[in-house]
Design a protein around this ligand. Structure first.
Ligand code: PNS
Length: 191
């Protein structure tokens, strides 16, 4: 465990198993890891900041040195305000590298004392992104194994509002007894 606070900034819309994997790895390396959700994103998010905060808090409840927070404006300013010494970012594939390098160098220009550390999530998550999870879920596809159960649940709730009601009322619908109906009908006709 390294002395010092690290910040893991992102949109987390929604948090994926790849994010969680990186949080777990980061929490073993840094004294404290602050997962920071960007509040003023230009993108129109699927989940509100409050929903993402709640999901990430639930997912990391067992990691005592992980804290979830939100930030506005420049990430390096927020990082300085919490005395972070390091920015943690995940790299899944070469395709991430160019964007991440550009961002790391810009952040270094803005605040030379902050180092960016890259970590790789488990290879089984190397193709998982929040954007693809949203796309698959919106098209009605399965996202099990790509996101934690609590997120899968929230996605289903969000995309099918009836799901919440249905889930809370999982009472077996009475089976229709076709034979009975037929005999009833026969009886009625006879009468
Ligand atoms: O999960 P994302 O969307 O890849 O995260 C991107 C994020 C939030 C880390 C980045 O957009 C960011 O730090 N935004 C805050 C504004 C800022 O500091 N911009 C300069 C970064 S070079």
């Amino acid at each position: 465990m390294n002395k010092g606070i690290a910040i893991y900034p992102g949109s987390f819309d929604p948090p994926t198993n790849g994010h969680l994997d990186l949080i777990q790895r980061g929490s073993k390396i840094f004294e404290e890891l602050v997962v920071a959700i960007l509040r003023n994103s230009e993108k129109s998010p699927m989940f509100s900041v409050a929903e993402r905060l709640e999901m990430l808090r639930a997912l990391t409840a067992d990691l005592k040195n992980v804290r979830i927070d939100t930030f506005n404006g420049l990430m390096v300013e927020y990082a300085k305000s919490i005395n972070a010494i390091c920015i943690l970012r995940g790299i899944r594939a070469i395709s991430d590298y160019e964007y991440e390098l550009q961002m790391a160098l810009m952040n270094r220009k803005l605040e030379p004392t902050l180092e960016t550390v890259f970590m790789m999530p488990a290879d089984k998550y190397s193709y998982v992104s929040s954007r693809l999870v949203r796309e698959v879920a919106q098209a009605g596809g399965p996202v099990k194994g790509l996101v934690p159960d609590v997120v899968e649940h929230k996605l289903r709730e969000k995309l099918d509002p009836a799901y919440k009601f249905h889930d809370a009322n999982l009472v077996e619908a009475p089976e229709v007894d076709k034979n009975k109906k037929t005999s009833d009908r026969k009886r009625k006709r006879k009468a």
